[in-house]
Design a protein around this ligand. Sequence first.
Ligand code: HEM
Length: 462
Amino acid sequence: MTTTAPAATPAPPLVPVPGPRSLPLLGNLPAFGRDPLAFLVRLRDDHGDAVTWSLGPRRSLFLFHPRHIAELLGAVESDYDILDIGWAFRQVVGHSLILSKGAEWRRKRSLVQPTVRPRQVRVYAETMVDCARTAADDWQDGERIDVQREMQLITQRIVLRTLFGNDLGEQARALGDAMGVAQQEIGEEVRGLGILLPSWVRTPARRRMLEAVATLDAEVHRLIRARQAAGAAADRDDLLSRLLAARDEQGRPLTAKEVRDEAVTLWAAGHETTSTALTWIFHLLSGSPAARARLDAELDRVLGGRPPAFEDYEHLTWTQQIVKEALRLYPPAWLIAGVAREGATLGGTPVRAGTIVWCSQWTTHRDPRWFRDPASFRPERWDPDAPDPIPDHAWFPFGGGQRTCLGARFALVEAALVLATLAQRHHLDITPADVVPRPGLLIQPAGPLTATLRRRTPGGTA
Ligand code: HEM
């Protein structure tokens, strides 16, 4: 499917202009923290494509033009350091690949990558459909469900079964809750002043966070011990087996803590992101009868009433377009940043070392210069013969460059197959129709989304 085209207009030269006035020490953090999404849109509309601002005492530069974003993402691994997004995030991911750089990052990425390569994703497709079918089987006509929670349960089962070979049965709900608490606390810290607190300070929020992480750790260490005890008899080709079998140049295995860090990172990165995307997808479909009718027609035509399989993915083109359009309007990950090293440049202009350079999927995905009628849900804009080409890096829900999301293919196939499996059997009518997006670590609905289920007959109508 044709998705992107070269930028329609040349990138303007990169001339950073000063953003809004900032407070001593806090900089623009209070204004950003009050309403980050509105703040960023104002930053672009009032100041331009490259704007300096300050997050706390740190000098920052925000980029809004796709060409500059492409340049930043392409150079992140070589010219930028990782931005420390705070104590809470470190508690979850530890020293995993997501916070590593250089040779250490390459080593860890090459260890983890094989578990989510396209050939593996093909194998995982059956599990993805199976987990969605279990949910669809439980759902009753007329029942009201909490959409976000249902999606979390599905994607958590998928990530646990595909990556750890175990869906943890009854434990899954409690662990999902612990992961939810951890991710919420990370979000609070990213958005608020918590990011400036020294790591030794223990607030009630931090104590909650530590409890949640302890619950997660206990389960992951239990899984590790069980797999170590089973040894070769386990005969599994999942992430856990690969991490346990990995050896460094001296032939040393990873420590239990290192295995835990990679495992929890994949778990965190791989389930809440996709469940959030699915939640937004059902919200958008509920408000768009025409898009939903076209989806019904595609599912009936391609699947004829049977459950989807990996081979159907490429034929479910409208389903894929719905996923892409939802990721445009509500990108779960909404900020990417790097800290410039000595010698970093953008658009030929030197960037002062230590500057935090940012870009946001939210603002660029909703920029009227790249997307006509940007606030509307229009999956047809992704038609191969759509009249408006979409510039490269105007859509980047998975980031880009060398650090691009490791699970992008996994997530796209998962979202499409789960959507197809659920939508084939049920319509989700969601209230309220107006939902406020709340940016934390991810952009999620501010309140619960409740759906009334209406059963469909696969191959027929609702
Ligand atoms: C809709 C779902 C998803 C979204 C929107 C998403 C988004 C992202 C983004 C924006 C990044 C940072 C990229 C950058 O800095 O340029 C990232 C990194 C990453 N993602 Fe995803 N992701 C999703 C699903 C997944 C899944 C399913 C997995 C694993 C199974 C995963 C694993 C990772 C990992 C390990 C990284 C760190 C890569 C590195 O630092 O080398 N993600 N993701």
